[in-house]
Write a protein that binds this ligand. Structure first.
Ligand SMILES: *[C@@H]1O[C@H](CO)[C@@H](O)[C@H](O)[C@H]1NC(C)=O
Ligand SMILES: *[C@@H]1O[C@H](CO)[C@@H](O)[C@H](O)[C@H]1NC(C)=O
Ligand SMILES: *[C@@H]1O[C@H](CO)[C@@H](O)[C@H](O)[C@H]1NC(C)=O
Ligand SMILES: *[C@@H]1O[C@H](CO)[C@@H](O)[C@H](O)[C@H]1NC(C)=O
Length: 478
């Protein structure tokens, strides 16, 4: 035919036709081809983002390139690749012309999708410093720990991990093999761990949220219940309890994640979340991940059958959650701000003769600290009013049956009389609090003076993750 196989570019996108297609495949290890029609609106919409992605990949000298084919003009190519709608995106890898992979994601995801295919899909972490920096670089990261040894990353479990990482663009993946890293995170076997950035109760940095089975279940992150066995790993008697625990796991795949927590290791850090001390081990808890509710057996029984029936009862809604409560401090009632705990809350807040204004806070939360002085001042102002109680409750140590706190601080007003609760949405200063109280639990609707700039709604801090560091993967050696 004599036509040239020269490849032209537009905005870093290779312009392909039937004569240069083969050459483009042979020269580019990863080639994402858009088959388009000039008249197609979606194609026109995609064009700027596609060009942008092409430029970014070009810029970083990625082996991944983007290309386009006018499928209405290149009918031979359109037929060969079965193009029936526009735009259709196909990824050609290693020059393989017969088995392209469809790209169905959004335009903004193209660069990341290609990058994950071009390089290792997970960042390789060499030592504890890089790992720590990696963990705190994002809100959520997944790290696979694999003893790859001489087998390289081709090990089946590691390969499965990298394969999943390629697909799960919303998460950032790291991979580690150094013995120093296994040690640093208290791991002994191949494990995939999810890390969530925490502020507050463990300082800063990442806390291991939960280990996931290494097989192909990174989706474990979404498993709605976590069943935890707390034990002292130095005690062989307690270690043997893992057998029943593992046996119980079989019936609940996808529904319940089974995790063994060593209370003498890093696992000690999660104990406060359960209101426990190392001496409480061995013991069992079930956590419902969507609302942080915790469940425990009336009497711990570690046999597989007892664990199974307990879990089933929780799943069937037959078990009441176990609510945390601290002990009331001795002076809870003597200072202007009354200090409430789980077990005294109802008696005070639901007192029908009092108007009770409660601050639910977390000790580590900066927005709570910022309003602490105003709350004290408010309490001071109303300390002689018999009918008004200004109170606070540390929601990290106290839980309530029907009130779930979703962010800190949360302010609720419980006016005198039966069963009402009013959320406070105003600014957090003593004058506005005071107006709200004087006005019976409402803020008067005042048009703001023209000259005044209104505060933006103040942000809140989210509650902390459920599980902290140091989950022992022992339960996962299947
Ligand atoms: C490509 O790199 C140049 C120079 O390094 C930079 O100015 C430009 O913003 C980059 N473009 C994109 C799309 O990343
Ligand atoms: C293309 O990939 C498929 C699937 O991986 C494989 O079966 C086939 O042999 C490859 N073709 C070439 C030419 O490498
Ligand atoms: C764990 O068990 C070992 C061995 O029985 C014991 O010495 C140690 O004190 C225990 N630790 C805790 C925190 O109970
Ligand atoms: C919580 O709500 C349930 C159902 O409405 C009710 O039966 C129970 O008394 C409430 N508990 C408290 C402490 O208010």
């Amino acid at each position: 035919k004599g036509l040239s196989d020269e490849i032209k570019e537009e905005d870093n996108v290779l312009v392909l036709h039937e004569h240069n297609f083969a050459r483009a495949l042979s020269e580019n290890q990863l080639l994402l081809v858009e088959f388009y029609a000039p008249w197609c609106g979606h194609c026109q919409q995609l064009a700027p983002a596609f060009a942008q992605a092409a430029t970014e990949l070009r810029n970083e000298s990625s082996p991944a390139r983007l290309a386009k084919v006018d499928a209405t003009a290149q009918t031979a190519l359109a037929n060969e690749f079965g193009i029936t709608s526009y735009p259709t995106l196909k990824l050609f890898r290693d020059g393989n012309r017969t088995h392209p992979l469809a790209y169905t994601g959004r335009a903004v995801g193209i660069v990341r999708w290609m990058q994950r295919r071009a390089g290792p899909s997970a960042t390789l972490l060499q030592d504890t410093d890089t790992a720590a920096a990696f963990v705190s670089s994002q809100d959520l990261v997944v790290i696979g720990f694999f003893k790859v040894g001489w087998g390289g990353w081709g090990l089946d479990s590691a390969q499965a991990f990298f394969d999943v990482a390629v697909e799960m663009l919303d998460l950032t993946f790291g991979a580690a093999e150094a013995a120093e890293l296994f040690q640093a995170y208290g791991l002994s076997a191949d494990t995939v761990c999810l890390f969530k950035k925490v502020r507050g109760w463990q300082g800063s940095g990442g806390a291991m949220l939960s280990p996931l089975p290494t097989s192909n279940q990174i989706f474990g992150a979404k498993i709605p219940h976590h069943m935890l066995l707390f034990l002292n790993k130095s005690s062989s008697e307690q270690l043997s309890l893992r057998d029943g625990f593992r046996a119980a796991a079989d019936g609940f795949r996808g529904e319940v994640l089974f995790v063994v927590v060593d209370v003498t290791g890093h696992g000690a850090d999660v104990l406060p979340f359960f209101g426990m001390t190392p001496d409480d081990a061995p013991t069992l808890r079930l956590v419902k991940m969507d609302n942080n509710r915790k469940y425990q057996m009336e009497q711990d029984d570690f046999s597989a059958s007892a664990i199974r029936s307990f879990i089933q009862a929780v799943l069937d809604g037959k078990v009441k959650p176990h609510l945390l409560s601290a002990e009331p401090p001795e002076d809870w009632n003597t200072r202007p701000v009354k200090v409430l705990v789980g077990k005294t809350f109802e008696q005070v807040a639901f007192d029908e003769t009092k108007n009770v204004f409660v601050k639910f806070y977390a000790p580590w939360c900066p927005h709570c600290q910022a309003m602490a002085a105003a709350w004290e001042e408010l309490a001071e102002r109303y300390k002689d009013r018999e009918d008004i109680v200004i109170a606070e409750m540390d929601s990290t140590a106290n839980e309530l049956e029907n009130i779930t706190i979703h962010g800190f601080p949360t302010l609720h007003y419980f006016p005198a009389g039966p069963g009402r609760k009013v959320g406070y949405k105003g600014t957090r200063d003593v004058e506005t609090f005071s107006k709200f109280l004087e006005n019976g639990g409402m803020l008067p609707e005042e048009p703001p003076p023209v000259s005044e700039v209104r505060d933006p709604p103040s942000p809140q801090d989210s509650p902390q993750p459920l599980l902290g560091e140091g989950m022992d993967p022992a339960g996962w050696e299947r």
